[in-house]
Design a protein around this ligand. Structure first.
Ligand code: FES
Ligand code: FES
Length: 157
């Protein structure tokens, strides 16, 4: 690793230091170096949302960010948020509404949905659709996903 760079970041609350190649994307670093495989890789060019992560409080595409760019940052993955009460409510609503089939999009969808829940206000269905418009699902047709998110963000569950 001739050009490798030392980075330190906080992942799901734990400090992590590694030596990484500058070309390694953040989602690959998380999956391959840290074994956090909950973030999926679909298109690898910022379109499908399967790799959605939270970096310093903002949701980002893990396939468009390099691991070295996350040096000093706080990174949260689906593994880190899954014990939060927002995620638990979303997971329950997704389950009850059949808002997943193959489940490939689900971690990214939950990361995006949690972002709405954390804003602690009501959203219309159009606003929810707009918020998840960067998260593709090839199975469900989205209706049940919007139903599940609406149920949680608008306080019905
Ligand atoms: S894998 Fe990152 S947006 Fe598709
Ligand atoms: S449940 Fe299969 S891609 Fe969304």
């Amino acid at each position: 690793m001739e050009n490798a760079i030392d980075i330190t970041l906080t992942v799901n609350g734990a400090k992590v230091s590694r030596r990484v190649e500058p070309r390694v994307h953040l989602v690959d670093f998380l999956r391959e170096e840290l074994g956090l495989t909950g973030s999926h890789i679909g298109c690898e060019h910022g379109v499908c949302g399967a790799c959605t992560l939270r970096v310093d409080g903002t949701i980002v595409r893990g396939c468009l960010m390099l691991a070295v760019q996350a040096d000093g940052c706080k990174v949260d993955t689906i593994e880190g948020i899954s014990d939060s009460k927002e995620a638990a409510r979303l997971q329950k609503a997704f389950h009850e509404r059949n808002a997943l089939q193959c489940g490939f999009c689900t971690p990214g969808m939950l990361m995006a949905a949690q972002d709405l829940v954390l804003q602690r206000k009501s959203f219309t269905r159009d606003e929810i659709r707009n918020h998840i418009s960067g998260n593709y699902c090839r199975c469900t047709g989205y209706q049940s996903i919007v139903d599940a998110i609406e149920e949680v963000v608008n306080g019905k569950s």
